[in-house]
Design a protein around this ligand. Structure first.
Ligand code: UDP
Ligand code: MG
Length: 326
């Protein structure tokens, strides 16, 4: 590729051997139809199958492909972060999943909005072709997050989006360790627009996001983009103190008026157990913040690149570990 790519498509891949060929075919057809140069940044997130070899081969034979191989599995959000750091697109970056659940052909629609001055074009899922439990969990999570977040994170929008070069530069400068990209993207501001689409089924293979990973993502959204957990402790504390005071007054009243003090061993036990529980939850919430501070202050690089293939050549990127060094 002689011209600098105008748009980069970033796709993170983790054990995507089965969906690799369909992905490349769809992307080739798309790129062939476009009049401007586009690069595809394929990030291998420490796959255990031969995904890394497939990426290497593709990037070595086709200059439109740019391979970034991470040193281990860092997780989807970090893999996308690594792809965003490597992307050279001068005008915009399109972020898609590697399993073709996000149709890459929407690139042209999204790019129209970018040309019209929008900085972020995010996709809003109209329909999800996933099981009922997953759909319910997602929908509940987005609605809770919307209510408690101090950033206006649009409902049912994921990472599938196109962002302008200046937004990519800003996101690349954000040093936060536990990344929740859709929140960071919303936090930046500028003019953002949602485009609805129907999310397809995975083209091949099985989902790579485990329940644990999804829970972690949800935690990152809640703890990094909301003060609610801490406020919840304060409110619960205030409420409990209020109840205790009322109870005390009631007891004193009874004692002086009727000379009886209520007995109740079971009630006492119940109250102790209940409030021990609340205290542990409160400690856990504080612990969650301490843990996040702990990981952040270590200031470790967000990811480690093992190998990068650009312009059909393998480049030695020992230095390329942090995103801020770029
Ligand atoms: N992925 C990744 N690292 C991981 C898990 C997933 O790069 O640790 C990639 C995966 O290969 C896919 C995308 O992230 O391209 C979305 O994953 P998946 O399809 O499993 O998520 P779902 O669509 O079920 O939310
Ligand atoms: Mg998927």
């Amino acid at each position: 590729m002689t011209d600098k790519p105008r748009i980069s498509i970033v796709a993170p891949l983790y054990n995507e051997r089965e969906s690799f060929n369909p992905l490349i075919q769809r992307l080739n057809t798309l790129m062939d139809s476009l009049p401007y140069p586009v690069e595809v940044v394929l990030v291998d997130d420490g796959s255990r199958d031969n995904t890394a070899d497939l990426i290497r081969l593709t990037a070595l034979t086709d200059s439109r492909y740019h391979g970034v191989l991470l040193a281990r599995n860092f997780g989807h959000q970090t893999a996308v972060t690594a792809g965003m750091a490597a992307a050279r697109g001068t005008e915009a970056v399109l972020i898609i999943d590697g399993d073709l659940q996000d149709p890459p052909e929407l690139l042209t629609d999204f790019y129209e909005h970018i040309k019209n001055g929008y900085d972020v074009v995010y996709a809003v899922r109209r329909k999800r072709k996933e099981n009922v439990f997953k759909r319910f969990a997602y929908s509940t999570f987005y609605r809770i997050l919307k209510n408690i977040s101090y950033v206006d994170i649009p409902l049912d929008s994921g990472d599938f989006s196109m962002v302008s070069r200046r937004v990519i530069d800003l996101m690349n400068q954000m040093p936060e360790e536990s990344r929740f990209l859709r929140g960071m993207r919303s936090w930046i501001g500028f003019t953002q627009i949602g485009v609805s689409y129907e999310r397809s089924e995975r083209v091949a293979g099985t989902p790579k996001y485990s329940f644990r990973m999804l829970r972690q993502l949800a935690y990152n959204g809640i703890f990094n983009f909301s003060e609610f957990p801490v406020k919840f402790i304060i409110r619960t504390g205030a409420l409990v103190t209020g109840i205790a005071l009322v109870y005390l007054l009631q007891t004193l009243f009874k004692k002086f008026m009727f000379g009886t003090v209520p007995q109740g061993f079971t009630a006492l036990l119940f109250v102790i157990v209940l409030f021990s529980g609340i205290q542990l939850v409160a400690l856990g919430i504080i612990g969650e913040y301490v843990l996040r501070i702990f990981f952040q202050v270590k200031g470790r690089p967000l990811f480690v690149v093992k190998e990068e293939i650009v312009e059909q050549r393998t480049v030695n990127r020992e230095q390329r570990t942090t995103i801020s060094e770029q």
